[in-house]
Design a protein around this ligand. Structure first.
Ligand SMILES: [Zn+2]
Length: 325
């Protein structure tokens, strides 16, 4: 019995310790549970930010430089075919399903490129990748037979779509996204050629009806002012410019109509498909030999890319016209 006291004291003391310890951790766990609703949004936002890639103007600019390095890229030229291969390889490497759409116009072979991903109503984002074969607006008459390098008129729109292909996550968008690269847009008025040959071919051979078409053309100008194109579908234009304003780009996406332009959106408008042309037509180097890399800026490309990225992430669809309207 002499040991009775110390033994009972030993257990007594440890038992208290144990209760205090369990109580302490229980309290922590309970406080943690209370904190979950407050902490969860921050954790989710952090995870989402890690998963969401932001459109990068510098990366887009490198796509402009890569195209310009191939030289002028008119329909039917070797450089044109190399550009098509550059586009297709980039897209296939990112997991997009890529297809060529070949056609012949006035004895010259043309090639549209279509990349698809995602599920839902079809949204077409498009740009032309060919360049004008004569700089017929060059201030120097001696230069007017030279081809256009097309850093802005050609390469800039393509570059935006290629960088979008990297940052978009089509599985998380409520659309089937088509990135489309038109050939034979830009020889209109030369040797009896028309403009928008590739897009006209695609529109006339469509087997589905896209929900909307957005064309980007000449949007990389360092002095960027994108006015609203007059023939574009009003509701779609309003939505895109609203997104631009939300992103703080109201000085660059000016909510005022300025030009009416026949561009790659036109064949789709003719079919009654909602379509918009994003084009910065105030470009003094248009169809001259001065349409060179130094005229394009990463910041301009980035603004257009981020507007399109945010637009798609919002999941907007044009209103369906009611019978009788
Ligand atoms: Zn042009």
């Amino acid at each position: 019995m002499r040991n009775h006291y110390p033994v009972s004291a030993f257990f007594h003391d440890r038992w208290l310790d144990l209760v205090l310890l369990l109580g302490f951790f229980g309290l922590l766990a309970w406080l943690g549970t209370l904190a979950v609703p407050y902490v969860q949004p921050y954790v989710e936002a952090w995870v989402e930010a890690r998963l969401t890639r932001q459109f990068d103007g510098e990366r887009a600019y490198r796509h402009v430089a890569a195209q310009v390095a191939l030289g002028p890229r008119p329909t039917g030229s070797e450089a044109n075919r190399q550009t098509a291969a550059y586009i297709a390889e980039h897209l296939a490497g990112l997991g997009w399903q890529v297809e060529y759409q070949d056609f012949v116009y006035r004895g010259t072979s043309g090639r549209n490129i279509i990349a698809r991903a995602g599920q839902g109503p079809v949204v077409i984002l498009a740009a032309h990748y060919d360049t004008r074969r004569q700089a017929d607006r060059d201030p120097d008459p001696a230069q007017r037979g030279q081809p256009v390098l097309g850093a802005n008129d050609g390469a800039s729109g393509v570059a935006v779509l290629l960088e979008l292909a990297r940052v978009l996550r089509p599985a998380r968008l409520p659309y089937e996204v088509w990135l489309v690269f038109f050939d034979a847009e830009d020889n209109g008025g030369l040797d009896g050629w028309e403009f928008i040959v590739g897009s006209t071919y695609m529109a006339n051979t469509l087997r589905i009806r896209p929900a909307m078409v957005i064309v980007v053309d000449m949007i990389g100008d360092a002095d960027q002012q994108i006015y609203q194109e007059r023939t574009s579908t009003r509701a779609l234009v309003d939505r895109i410019w609203a997104v631009a304003a939300e992103l703080g780009y109201a000085d660059f996406f000016i909510p005022t109509e300025k030009y009416s332009i026949i561009d790659d959106h036109t064949p789709f408008l003719r079919l009654g498909i909602p379509a918009a042309d994003l084009i910065d037509f105030d470009y003094p180097y248009w169809h001259t030999t001065q349409d060179t890399l130094d005229k394009v800026s990463p910041a301009s490309l980035e603004r257009v890319g981020r507007v399109l990225q945010a637009f798609l992430q919002q999941g907007w669809l044009p209103p369906t016209p009611q019978p009788g309207q």
